[in-house]
Design a protein around this ligand. Structure first.
Ligand code: ATP
Length: 456
């Protein structure tokens, strides 16, 4: 497995991910996705939509606002409870999340669900030291609300204060009735949403693993109470299969089922899918059975009846919900860490390869005229043909060996070379990134070939 530093360097030099605002000295923990990274993000989102929405009979899509009425966040519990336990080292004045300090001190211990006083006592009793200066003197723990606040309109007054959403889920809950009414979906059904979320994290870091602005892909799956644990298992496996089908190594993945005492008060089952990141196993995807907590909270707060009437049995109930929630950037990091490889060839040379599933590879195809001038016209014709269907790149600089290496390093799955024979019979050489094997195909067969290899 590569180190995090190698990965950051790789992402920067290839054009996957750049530091944000670099021209002005940067803005801490912000990142811009370059020509390759933005395509990778797009492909991850498309792969998620394909399996979680398009190919299931159950799920529909929503695209809700980032800015919402503040009442939403009061009802959901975020105003009063979306807090991280913040503590500060008395010596160096660095700030940390107390639950993370405890878990790093003893990985066997999870402080999820603990009161601030419990955590303070643990830090003291176990002489937990500051990761920065090793002192063991901590300020009392304060609850720090992670929602970003802003103002709507021209007057900066309390009444106009709103929040940037810290998750996409609440947008789904507040439209549950409209979605059900207009689609006439019957339970069980789900609503998928992809969008930006903002959290004023105390300790962002590990490259794009934890940032203050990120993108979530969430499914809220509504079920009849009593069936939720079956559906929880169903979506748990569904998420794991999606990751494995897209090439994550199985020994880099594990379920972390939360123990009953570590469950949030509204949840009767929660698991994280953890991936082996360069610093060790860490949360990639959270999957929670959230009972009717959210719909009930909005029903109570808004006064609107959020229940569902089963047209077959005439039963009326508040649906329970299963929520698989994953961050696009954590997936980017996982797929890059999983795929980056340096290989020694029989010739003794080394080659860098980004082994990423063709469905996710920024470019499926590189179109390469063997001789720049002689083969350009035909190569441009091939490029036009394939780029109508998939992302492709055209490269006519340097010798063919160097061009192959360059494409291997960024993960381009096929290199299509236009050579002397192409001029005679309209066939091209197609080289595979992983095996380096070459086959000859008619130009007209390229599209089918690319579609086949990109399927998952
Ligand atoms: P953590 O305990 O790591 O703070 P969480 O359990 O609060 O995360 P959830 O609220 O369950 O996270 O969010 C669902 C998913 O959204 C996470 O599994 C992760 O993939 C992603 N995510 C959450 N916070 C961030 C962040 N600050 N940066 C990037 N991705 C994030």
């Amino acid at each position: 497995m590569v180190t995090l530093d190698q990965l950051v360097q790789y992402a920067k030099t290839t054009g996957y991910i750049f530091q944000g605002s670099e021209l002005y000295g940067g803005l801490a923990n912000t990142w811009d996705y370059g020509p390759l990274g933005s395509l990778l993000k797009q492909n991850i989102k498309n792969a998620w939509l394909q399996k979680f929405q398009r190919e299931t009979p159950y799920n529909v899509l929503l695209d809700s606002s980032i800015l919402m009425n503040s009442e939403v966040w009061q009802a959901s519990g975020h105003v009063s409870g979306f807090n991280d336990p913040l503590t500060e080292c008395r010596k160096c004045h660095q700030r940390f999340r107390a639950d993370s300090l405890i878990h790093e001190h003893n990985p066997e211990v999870s402080a999820e669900g603990w009161h601030n006083e419990q955590m303070s006592a643990y830090l003291l009793d176990h002489h937990v030291s500051c990761p920065n200066c090793e002192a063991t003197d901590w300020m009392p723990i304060r609850s720090f609300n992670m929602m970003f606040q802003t103002y709507q309109g021209v007057v900066l007054e309390q009444a106009n204060q709103i929040y940037l959403r810290p998750e996409t889920a609440q947008g789904i809950f507040i439209q549950f009735k409209s979605i059900q009414r207009t689609t006439r979906k019957r339970i069980p059904f789900g609503v998928c949403q992809i969008g930006k979320a903002f959290r004023n994290e105390i300790t962002p870091g590990n490259f794009v693993f934890r940032t203050r602005e990120f993108e979530q892909m969430e499914l809220e799956f509504f079920v009849k109470p009593g069936t939720e644990l079956e559906w929880f298992d169903y979506w748990k496996q569904f998420c794991m299969d999606w990751l494995i089908d897209l090439g994550l190594k199985t020994d880099y993945l594990e379920f972390d089922d939360h123990k009953p005492e570590a469950l949030s008060h509204y949840s009767n089952a929660t698991t994280d899918i953890r991936f082996r990141f360069p610093w060790g196993f860490d949360e990639l995807w959270g999957i929670a059975s959230r009972t009717d907590f959210d719909l009930k909270a909005h029903q109570t707060h808004s006064g609107e009846n959020m229940s569902y009437l089963d047209p077959d049995t005439n039963e009326r109930y508040l649906p329970y919900v299963i929520e698989p929630s994953v961050g696009v950037e954590r997936l980017v990091l996982a797929f890059l860490a999983n795929g980056l490889d340096e290989e020694t060839l029989e010739t003794g040379d080394t080659r860098q390869v980004m082994r990423i599933h063709p469905a996710l590879a920024p470019y499926k195809v590189a179109v390469l005229p063997l001789v720049k001038k002689e083969h350009a016209e035909k190569a441009k014709h091939v490029y036009k043909h394939v780029s109508r269907h998939v992302d492709a790149v055209y490269d006519d600089t340097q010798n063919i060996g160097k061009r192959y290496r360059r494409q291997d390093a960024i993960g381009t799955y096929l290199c299509v070379t236009i050579d002397h024979q192409t001029m005679d019979d309209d066939t091209v050489t197609v080289r595979n990134r992983d095996t380096m094997a070459q086959i000859r195909l008619p130009i007209d067969a390229l599209r089918d070939h690319i579609e086949q290899i990109s399927a998952f």
